[in-house]
Design a protein. Structure first.
Length: 25
């Protein structure tokens, strides 16, 4: 499902960005 994949990729990107931001800070 392209829509499901897009939602998963978006969630993974947001989660990854939040983790990286937390570690770098």
């Amino acid at each position: 499902m392209p829509i499901d994949f897009a939602a998963f990729a978006y969630a993974a990107t947001v989660a990854g960005g939040g983790i990286l931001g937390y570690v770098k800070s």
